[in-house]
Design a protein around this ligand. Structure first.
Ligand code: GRF
Length: 205
């Protein structure tokens, strides 16, 4: 399975994906920021990169579309990509774009998820991998991981503790899509040939 990854910054999720390539290959990385540290990670792994400044969304998406038409990937992974894709763009790739989001969706779509979980005195927090549709962070959830919140936690400690789990969650989910263990059929999500109605939770993540 050929995967294109969209990034905006650090690229630690991209690195996790690159390190777990057995059943899929990251064939290209697109960044909206030239300074994104993840670009160097891609280059270290020999993966071609393209920077598309996202000043004008329509122009940027057209450029990305041209690139994607040439590459023809099986899956597009948004890994810390901090731009919202238009309805026009996402509907061209139904159930072919996934995103990693640092909250237990449907809780806390959007930004500042760790602080919002703390403000609400949640006992648990986590991350979700979901399909991307035209509504921000509202596409069908695929998988989740959880962490407990303690009284000592800050937004920073939550972000740090969650990040290593995010890495495993994203690379495992992409691997299971690549091996055909996760798929959609007739509007339903299947995992190992069973229809699932709740996000997948793996006991080791
Ligand atoms: C991750 O926490 C991801 O969930 C969020 O942005 C962060 C990206 O980190 N969407 P990185 O660039 O993968 O290191």
């Amino acid at each position: 399975m050929r995967v294109v990854v969209f990034i905006s910054g650090r690229g630690s999720n991209l690195k996790a994906l690159l390190e777990q390539q057995n059943n899929y290959t990251v064939v290209h990385v697109i960044s909206n920021r030239e300074q994104a540290a993840g670009l160097q990670i891609a280059q270290d792994f020999g993966v071609p990169t393209t920077v598309i400044p996202w000043k004008n969304r329509e122009q940027a998406e057209n450029q990305a579309l041209k690139q994607l038409n040439d590459i023809n990937p099986d899956l597009i992974v948004l890994a810390g990509f901090m731009r919202v894709l238009s309805e026009d763009f996402v509907t061209k790739f139904p159930f072919k774009i996934i995103n990693i989001h640092p909250s237990l969706l449907p809780l806390y779509p959007g930004l500042n998820t760790h602080q919002r979980a703390l403000n609400d005195k949640q006992k648990q927090h986590g991350a979700t991998v979901h399909y991307v549709n035209q509504h921000l962070d509202q596409g069908h959830s695929i998988s989740q991981c959880h962490i407990d919140i303690t009284d000592e936690d800050s937004a920073e400690t939550l972000a740090t503790r969650l990040l290593s789990k995010e890495h495993k969650l994203l690379s495992t989910t992409v691997d299971k899509i690549a091996t055909g263990q996760i798929y959609r059929h007739n509007n339903q999500l299947y995992y190992q040939n069973q229809v699932i109605t709740q996000p997948i939770v793996w006991s080791n993540i």
